[in-house]
Design a binder for this molecule. Structure first.
Ligand code: GAP
Length: 512
């Protein structure tokens, strides 16, 4: 069922110019994708929403754009050379490679599904008197399932923290986890695999320097911490935001743009005084959740997942998980990164990375709270939740992309009913007037019904039709995407309707 939804999303994304397989004419390159004409428009709108909400709405946050290539010592200092690994395991029969931790997590997700089924059955049995919370706390079978999950996950967390890969394999064997494709339980040992892509800088083999493609944008912020603080006269607490590409040689890159080898991150590093980091960590968790909820995709589709196994740099971490077609998965990470990164860079570079706090009258290395969201995952969240197949009252069907209008790739379609009688000229004038402020499309091909469907499918919030009455009354028909309601409005009113309904400003206002 969920696979069907994902398949539909993938084929829709291709058919309507959102996402293409990279180098498709050469049969593609695995886990890399290109964004098409509508994809880039949607992606840019997500970026704008994030950037403005962070940089423009917060007086104490500024942005930067650091290079993808960084001095190789950066990655030694950050711990990525030694610790940015995933535990991999191969199945000897199918020759398929998996992430050992994901095998255990997927096993637990299956048990979660069993709990959901128990809840569903009980809800049917007890009807209105059903108390879900009480049921989850008391039903013996559910309690047993929960215990099973807890035991498996905490053992996994412990063995990964201790780098006890033998125990990870033992756990997989004890749980009886089989290769999801072949059903075989014939596993190799678990090994660590570094996810960074290496490359070389320099023209001759003997003088070339080994470089890495950055696996996160965050380090570009850390190494610029003092540059920005001094030139911007920033006072703690303050943040530096960045949007940019990151690269990871993922062991298993599946699920379309959910896990890619080249992807984009939108990251904030928020610098705070020592011992205040937990307060800001909690605050940023809530601020980021509100940013998501503001998009109207339903509170029930988000949840926090607090980490048991912490990354090498964190003292607290949570994911905002989203209900993707394949279940709840990480969309964004919020990490309390302590003073780990700045301290490491200070040590490895020999340059002081300290801040003088005039209120405390002391110098210190700031602590950092990070929010990090994958732009491509956000794109997938919007596309998969927004795409709907609807039955219409006249018995026909339509495919419609219901995304919040400010993020829609095209804001309005300008449609002359026919290609003559002076209608195209009026339509072009409306188009020219709107194009200064909005991405609009002029479309005169095919029947009006077909043109409506095309724009429903890419999520265009408004279709503006110019007909023969327009010649007499200077009015047009404006059709709203979701309700399909049509209203007659004066041409002079179009711009202000659009400003109110589709502008980024109206979306951002709700965050204040
Ligand atoms: N600087 C912290 C950091 O990079 P992360 O949890 O590894 O933390 C942050 O990544 C976010 O980047 C994730 O929540 C996810 O949205 C996105 N992300 C990570 N790996 C990805 C991949 N292979 N493909 C697409 N998005 C990815």
């Amino acid at each position: 069922m969920s696979e069907d939804v994902l398949k539909k999303v993938i084929s829709h994304a291709k058919e309507y110019g959102f996402i293409f397989q990279s180098s498709e004419i050469y049969d593609g390159l695995s886990a890399t994708y290109d964004y098409g004409q509508n994809g880039i428009a949607l992606k840019n709108n997500i970026k704008e929403y994030w950037w403005k909400s962070m940089v423009q709405l917060h007086e104490n946050i500024v942005g930067i754009d650091a290079a993808i290539f960084m001095h190789p010592t950066t990655w030694k200092a950050s711990g990525h050379v030694d610790a940015f690994n995933d535990p991999l395991i191969d199945n000897k029969d199918s020759k398929k490679r998996y992430r050992a931790d994901v095998l255990v997590e997927d096993y637990c997700a299956k048990i979660e599904t069993k709990i959901d089924k128990e809840v569903e059955k009980a809800a049917k049995r007890f009807g209105d008197s059903f108390d879900k919370e009480m049921f989850l706390k008391t039903n013996p079978r559910v309690l047993e399932y929960q215990k099973e999950i807890e035991t498996a996950l905490s053992r996994l967390a412990k063995s990964l923290t201790d780098n006890d890969l033998e125990d990870v394999k033992k756990l997989i064997e004890e749980l009886g986890i089989a290769d999801p494709i072949s059903g075989s339980r014939n596993w190799t040992d678990v090994r660590q695999f570094n996810l960074m892509f290496g490359t070389k800088l320099g023209s001759t083999a003997d003088t070339a320097t080994d470089l890495y493609l950055r696996p996160e944008t965050a380090q570009g912020i850390f190494v610029n911490f003092l540059n920005v603080q001094r030139t911007g006269r920033m006072k703690i607490p303050f943040g530096i935001a960045q949007i940019g590409k990151a690269f990871r040689n993922e062991i298993v890159a599946r699920q379309f743009i959910f896990r890619m080898r080249e992807f984009e991150q939108m990251e904030l590093q928020f610098f705070v005084a020592p011992n205040t980091e937990m307060e800001f960590y909690e605050k940023w968790k809530q601020t980021r959740l509100q940013w998501h909820l503001n998009l109207g995709m339903g509170e029930e589709n988000y949840r926090f997942h607090d980490h048991e196994k912490l990354a090498h740099y964190a003292n607290a971490a949570a994911d905002i998980e989203f209900n993707f077609p394949f279940g709840f998965k990480e969309l964004e990470g919020i990490h309390s990164r302590t003073d780990f990164d700045l301290k490491q860079h200070q040590e490895f570079s020999g340059k002081k990375l300290q801040y003088f706090d005039s209120e405390r009258n002391e110098s210190y290395i700031p602590y950092v709270v990070e929010t990090s969201i994958g732009l491509d995952r956000m794109f997938l969240a919007l596309l998969s939740k927004g795409l709907k197949e609807e039955q219409l009252p006249d018995g026909t069907e339509r495919t419609v992309l219901k995304i919040t209008p400010a993020l829609a790739p095209v804001k309005a379609a300008i449609l002359p009913l026919i290609k003559k009688d002076g209608l195209p000229e009026i339509a072009e004038k409306i188009f020219d007037d709107l194009k200064l402020d909005f991405l609009v499309e002029y479309d005169e091909k095919d029947s009006i019904g077909k043109r409506y469907r095309r724009h429903d499918a890419i999520g265009t919030p408004f279709c503006i039709t110019i007909d023969h009455d327009t010649l007499a009354d200077d009015s047009v028909t404006i059709r709203e995407r979701d309700s399909m309601e049509q209203k007659r409005v004066k041409i002079t009113e179009i711009h202000s309707i659009m400003s109110k309904e589709v502008s980024m400003t109206s979306l951002l206002k709700n965050l204040l």
